[in-house]
Design a protein around this ligand. Sequence first.
Ligand SMILES: Nc1ncnc2c1ncn2[C@@H]1O[C@H](COP(=O)(O)OP(=O)(O)O)[C@@H](O)[C@H]1O
Ligand SMILES: [Mg+2]
Length: 266
Amino acid sequence: MSLISNTAATGETISLAGVSKTYMTAKGPLPVLRDINLDIKAGEFVSFVGPSGCGKSTLLKIIAGLVSYDTGTVEVGGEAPREGREDIGFMLQQSVLMPWLNVSKNVELPFAISGRRNGNTPKRVAELLDLVGLTPVAKLNPWELSGGMQQRVALARALALDPGIMLMDEPFSALDEFKREFLNIEVAQMADKLGKTTLLVTHSISEAVLMSDHIIALGANPGRVVGEIKVDLERPRRTNMVGSARFQEISNEVRVALAADLEGVQ
Ligand SMILES: Nc1ncnc2c1ncn2[C@@H]1O[C@H](COP(=O)(O)OP(=O)(O)O)[C@@H](O)[C@H]1O
Ligand SMILES: [Mg+2]
């Protein structure tokens, strides 16, 4: 089945119940997440916003099976988290591309690593490059690309094995605002089209509103859910929605949830 023509929801569900996490550090135990309960539907786009250090990256790493948790249960696509799952694509703030491989070869990497490279792979890589608008630069090296283009390569690579779940940890924060908004819209539309369950960590409230179905506001020390905001803007999302009254209202709801928590601890 072609990735591009696939309009069925291929996303997976994610649920967390009573999840807590404490890191053991040289200075003693550091509680970072407390009693996290989440039910994310297949194909849903959910953003996490909250102050630095409130455990957002830890939460994504728990879902990806990269970090253990102390209490509660986590189900990702109906299974316990496990490292190295092919049904999870992960995108970080830095693109982490292999500098000795060109764009096309970087996107091909997951096929090689997973042992799934076959006669169909060049066609799939070409489709992925087309999807993220990189066909004209397929033979360039990563350092010849702008930051935005590098993140597109990282996006194509994360999508390579057609995962049901995309985890994105501040993937746009190193980009300037104009490029960022442009990519926000593109990625939101792509997520609609591909039907993947997408979790985005961001510092930007407007990015979260622009892209998501739901926003989870997290408070700090330890990280916990302080607000769940539904984004009822129509899809496909468009840049000009940012100026709408509804957009401002939803942004304010997020701001109020975050501020209420900050005021509570000061
Ligand atoms: N492996 C680790 N060992 C000990 N402390 C950690 C580790 N990873 C993160 N932390 C600490 O846990 C807290 C939450 O980190 P993180 O999940 O990265 O937060 P966020 O992504 O919201 O900024 C921070 O205080 C951070 O310093
Ligand atoms: Mg982080």
